[in-house]
Structure formats: structure tokens, C-alpha cells
Design a protein around this ligand. Structure first.
Ligand code: GDP
Ligand code: GDP
Length: 455
């Protein structure tokens, strides 16, 4: 956490476009067992593991952040999303590669030197050759120089030069990463305007398009079409219900590939970019289907990226209601997003336009919470008495004394508490402090970070 803090301090800046500068997306594709997830784990930042430990929640193990030579990017292990028998594998893999081509900025195609070129490798290569995407062929499991020679046969895939790597011992991966970051698009996220940026995400058929239509009606609320911050995405500036905001369209309307299947991979790929580019994520659920794996994955994706979150339980018109239905549904969702339960949940119907205004109003509220600054004096006046009353538990007879706290000038709420022995403050106490912050200052819908530092 200490290291993380320093890192965040570095990005402290009032300039919004820097805050929004988005990470490019790198997708790892290839057939099963070639070593994709091993490579993914090697490339992923340790930081994520630490974050996971702190929150004690199992997260999506196939999406993460990585950086190399100072370039940060999002990494997706597409193979992690494959489920099913060998039969559907081939078709699924084709689909995944197509989606990766659509959504990623750079593709790493992993093959296995010990298996040689297989039919499925050929098929994937064919798709990749036709696509106009920077692609790197990584011949994996080259654990020793002896296997270098065997790698030659992969020239036959027609993808040009390849990189021999060993995901297990790391050899060759540095060269591969050098080449990958070289091809990442330049940060183009120059946004002059200080407008909230919202995205509407959720799995296919949850009702995202219907919600956007209900929210915006026809095009008359569009103020301007801002040229997309990336080649394939479109941000549109709207003025609706008296609120001005940018909306990132993920409903797929403008997308080339019309994949309607409910693949987890599809949902993640479609959501990553939108989530990263927004301040507040509106996660649309289909009430008749509950809140499950895919929805949770999107939720954690947003949380991990420290975005504001509003959960919209859509198709509420289809649910048979009794006195406690709303309460029960809400409790069911909150249970699953523990320990981050302070998230607004709104029951809507895109079809009958029920609570559409409430949804957008809440998103604006969350945005305000996310950008809120608590004056240092007020923060200390509130928090120090609480800490005095309930101090961190002593550790080996030593007492932690907190002297001072302040909100860091970061794009999302982060608080530093200065103490004599910060290393003795454990997670439960950190969470206690977070809860007290939430009780005293409204941070509904916003991930909050609490650090203890040496004073
Ligand atoms: P995925 O299905 O493509 O994600 O493949 P995994 O990452 O799960 O790896 C499949 C198997 O190959 C596992 O038993 C790994 O330990 C092994 N493996 C992965 N990378 C290497 C490597 O560089 N060298 C060797 N010898 N084995 C590897
Ligand atoms: P998307 O894939 O998330 O963009 O979902 P769509 O907006 O295309 O909606 C999927 C289906 O759900 C369509 O048939 C919609 O008419 C239907 N739908 C969306 N919202 C609602 C709702 O609030 N109530 C009901 N009953 N149906 C809805």
C-alpha cells in the first residue's frame, strides 16, 4: 500500500485529461493449455494481488493491469472465459479471437512449442492475418535454448517474426513486452471539458440500449458528438433533465460485430474500455435473471478501476412484487458485493421509463461524491475523536497513535492517516475507518481508499 500511495501521488494533478488518459487493451488469445494464464499471471501487476488480499474478495482472475517501460495497459486473458466441452471450444475460440480483434489494441497470440502447430493454431492465425491489428506471436514453453530450434515451424502460421518465451521462467517475455508496448496507441484522451462521464454496461439483453433510449429519447438531447477518444468508441455529450454529461455508448449499436450471445468474454471485452473511460458506471441488470457471475465481474472491474458505481435493476416491471421484494433483492445484491456495500441500487424499467430520472440523478450524485474534497480541518475534527475513542488494537504491547489525516489530491477519494506505527494497522481497522468516513461524509457509490503512513 505504501508503494501504491507514492504511485497515486505521482498522478495527482488537476488536469482532467491526464486522469482520463486511458490504458490500452492487450488481449491474450490462443487455444487451451498453451500457457495463456501463466503468461497473464506473469504480466499482471502485483498491486492487484495486494488489493485482492485487502478486500478479501475473489476477483476476476482474467483481467488486470500491467505496465512495462512506464506504459500502463489492461490485460485480458481471453482463455479464462472459455467454458464447455472440447466441441464448443473451437467455435468459442474463433469468437473470442474475433472479439479480441474488435476490442483490443494489441493481440498476443500464444502457441505451444511442445505441441507444434495444431489445426486450431492455424485457424486462429487465419483470423489474425485477415485482421488489421498489431499481433504478436508468442511461442511459449521455450524453457531452454534447445527448444528455440523447434519454434521455427511456427513461421508457417504466416504471422511473421515470432517471440520465443517461457511463461514459467520468464525468459523472452521482456522482449515480447518491449515490442507490445511499442505498438500501444498513444494516449489521446484530451478532454477539455469537466463533464461527468457515464457509461452504461451490463451483459447482453440486460436492457442497456432500452435504458439509453428511455433516458435520451431520440437524438434531440445530443449536444455534440465528440470524436471518439479511441478509434471505435463514441462519446456523446448530452443535456438531459438539466444535467450535462458525456455518455459512453456500449450498447453495441455502433459496433461492427453483432454478437448477441451471452458470453462472459463478450461482456467483459465490451465493458473494459467503457468502464476505464468513465467516472461513473451504470451497471444494468436483468431483474429476472438475478445478479450473477458476469454482473459481479463487471462490478469488480469498475471497483478495481475505482469508478463510481450505480446498480440499475432493470425489467422491474416483470417481477412479481410483494411487500418486501425490493428489500430482499437489495439485500441479495449487497451480500454479493461485500465489503463494498455502500452502492446505490435503483429499480427501474427501461420499458415503462420508470425511475429513469432517478437513475441519472443518482449517477450525478455519485459523480459528486467521487470528486468531493473534505477540508483537512473538518476531516481531523471528525475522525480524530473517533480514532481516540476506538484506537487501532495494540500490537505486541505497542500502541498506534494517529496524529493527523488528510484527503489526498487524487482523482478518487483516498485518505492518508499519519501514525507512529502505521505498519501495525491491519485491514479490519482500515475498514472500520473507511466505514466511519462513509458514515460521516457521503461517499455512496464510490470506492474509498484508506492508507496509514509514518509520521
Ligand atoms: P492456458 O489454458 O492457455 O491458460 O494455459 P495455462 O497457463 O493454464 O498452462 C497450461 C499448462 O502449461 C500448465 O501446466 C502450465 O504450467 C504449463 N506452462 C505454461 N507456460 C509454460 C512454459 O513456459 N513452460 C512450460 N514447460 N510449461 C508451461
Ligand atoms: P441490451 O443488449 O443490454 O442493449 O438489451 P436491450 O435493450 O436490447 O433489451 C433486451 C430485451 O429486453 C429487449 O427485448 C427489450 O425490449 C427488453 N427490455 C429492456 N428493458 C426492459 C424492461 O424494463 N422491461 C421489460 N419487460 N423488457 C425490457
Amino acid at each position: 500500500p505504501e508503494k501504491q500511495l507514492l504511485k497515486t501521488e505521482k498522478i495527482e494533478l488537476p488536469l482532467r485529461h491526464k486522469i482520463l488518459s486511458m490504458s490500452a487493451i492487450v488481449a491474450i488469445v490462443g487455444r487451451p493449455n498453451v500457457g495463456k494464464s501463466t503468461l497473464f499471471n506473469r504480466m499482471i501487476k502485483r498491486r492487484d494481488a495486494i488489493v485482492d488480499e485487502i478486500s478479501g474478495v475473489t476477483r476476476d482472475r482474467h483481467y488486470g493491469k500491467s505496465d512495462w517501460n512506464g506504459r500502463e495497459f489492461s490485460l485480458i486473458d481471453t482463455g479464462g472465459y472459455v467454458v464447455g466441452s472440447d466441441d464448443i471450444f473451437e467455435k468459442e475460440i474463433d469468437k473470442q479471437v474475433e472479439l479480441a480483434i474488435d476490442e483490443a489494441d494489441v493481440i498476443i497470440f500464444v502457441v505451444d512449442v511442445t505441441a507444434g502447430v495444431t489445426g486450431m493454431d492455424d485457424e486462429v492465425a487465419q483470423l489474425l492475418r485477415r485482421a488489421n491489428k498489431p499481433t504478436f506471436l508468442a511461442v511459449n514453453k521455450v524453457d531452454s535454448a534447445l527448444r528455440e530450434v523447434d519454434a521455427v515451424e511456427f513461421y508457417a502460421l504466416g504471422l511473421g517474426a515470432y517471440y520465443t518465451i517461457s511463461s514459467i521462467n520468464g525468459s523472452g517475455t521482456g522482449e515480447l513486452l518491449d515490442a507490445v508496448v511499442e505498438k500501444l496507441p498513444e494516449d489521446s484522451g484530451v478532454v477539455e471539458e469537466e463533464l461527468p462521464r457515464f457509461s452504461v454496461v451490463g451483459r447482453p439483453n440486460a436492457g442497456k440500449s432500452s435504458f439509453i433510449n428511455a433516458l435520451l429519447g431520440e437524438d434531440r438531447y445530443i449536444v455534440t458528438d465528440i470524436a471518439g477518444t479511441t478509434r471505435d468508441s463514441v462519446d456523446t455529450k448530452y443535456n438531459r433533465f438539466g444535467f450535462e454529461f458525456n455518455l459512453m455508448d456500449t450498447a453495441g449499436i455502433r459496433r461492427k460485430a453483432k454478437v448477441k450471445e451471452d458470453l462472459e468474454f463478450y461482456t467483459v471485452m465490451r465493458s473494459v474500455r467503457a468502464i476505464e473511460h468513465s467516472d461513473v458506471v451504470m451497471l444494468v441488470l436483468d431483474a429476472t435473471r438475478g445478479f450473477e457471475g458476469q454482473d459481479l465481474n463487471i462490478f469488480w472491474l469498475a471497483e478495481r478501476n475505482r469508478k463510481g458505481i450505480v446498480i440499475l435493476v432493470n425489467k422491474w416491471d416483470l417481477v412479481e412484487k410483494e411487500t418486501n421484494t425490493v428489500k430482499q433483492f437489495e439485500a441479495y445484491i449487497r451480500k454479493q458485493i461485500e465489503p463494498f456495500t455502500d452502492v446505490p441500487i435503483i429499480f427501474i424499467s427501461a420499458l415503462s421509463k420508470q425511475r429513469i430520472f432517478k437513475a441519472i440523478e443518482t449517477a450525478v450524485e455519485v459523480y459528486n461524491n467521487k470528486t468531493k474534497r473534505i477540508a483537512t480541518s473538518k476531516l481531523n475534527d471528525t475522525m480524530l475523536p473517533i480514532i481516540e475513542h476506538t484506537p487501532p488494537p495494540s500490537h505486541k504491547g505497542k500502541y498506534v497513535k494517529v496524529k493527523f489525516c488528510t484527503q489526498l489530491p487524487t482523482p478518487t477519494p483516498q485518505f492518508a492517516f499519519f501514525a507512529n506505527l502505521p505498519q501495525y494497522v491491519k485491514d479490519p481497522y482500515r475498514r472500520f475507518i473507511e466505514n466511519k468516513l462513509r458514515e460521516n461524509f457521503d461517499f455512496k457509490g464510490v470506492p474509498v481508499q484508506v492508507y496509514f503512513r509514518k509520521k
